[in-house]
Design a protein around this ligand. Structure first.
Ligand SMILES: Cc1cc2nc3c(=O)[nH]c(=O)nc-3n(C[C@H](O)[C@H](O)[C@H](O)COP(=O)(O)O)c2cc1C
Length: 155
């Protein structure tokens, strides 16, 4: 299966997590490409296969700067994402208690409103939780891809 990982990041953690997920999924025979969200448009969802949104949270529950235009384009262009299989790997920090992982949540809400099929429960890494985001991300993604594969085959 082809998997596109779309990365929103401020200081590179989400990109690191995406890199480790890529290696893990390639080890399971999948073809994985990482795309930074800079300059992405909503038409990226025309690619075949499944999608992972891998994003952190900044400011007051905002998506990272490099994800802003992409999220705005999704909300403006409103493509019909029916049948698109998507998972969300969110990074955050619970010290920001009112906005914990709201970056991933913003993508989840927007993609759900465009009829995308959200597979798995949105991952919410907590930088204050003591676990490594890349380890949590890989474990989450291996479980996610097992849920997605049969859905992709049935489509
Ligand atoms: C200035 C600043 C603001 C942040 N705001 C939030 C926030 O509102 N909610 C949250 O859950 N995490 C917040 N975080 C935590 C980051 O999302 C977390 O450290 C993440 O792992 C960073 O990933 P990145 O390097 O890919 O951007 C913030 C971090 C910084 C430095």
């Amino acid at each position: 299966m082809q998997v596109s990982i779309l990365v929103g990041t401020m200081t590179g953690t989400a990109e690191l997590v995406a890199g480790d997920i890529k290696k893990a999924l390639e080890g399971k025979g999948h073809a994985v490409e990482i795309l930074l969200m800079d300059n992405l448009k909503s038409d990226v969802f025309q690619r075949p296969g499944a999608f992972l949104i891998c994003t952190s949270t900044y400011g007051q529950g905002d998506v990272p700067d490099n994800a802003r235009d992409f999220l705005a384009d999704l909300r403006t262009a409103r493509p019909d994402l029916t049948g698109k299989l998507v998972g969300i790997v969110g990074l955050g920090d619970s010290t920001y208690q009112d906005t914990f992982n709201h970056g991933g949540r913003q993508f989840e809400e927007t993609l759900a409103s465009l009829n995308a099929s959200l597979v798995g429960e949105r991952m919410q890494h907590n930088a204050s939780g003591g676990s490594l985001p890349e380890e949590d991300g890989v474990a989450w993604a291996l479980d996610w891809v097992e849920q997605v594969e049969p859905l992709a085959q049935a489509a």
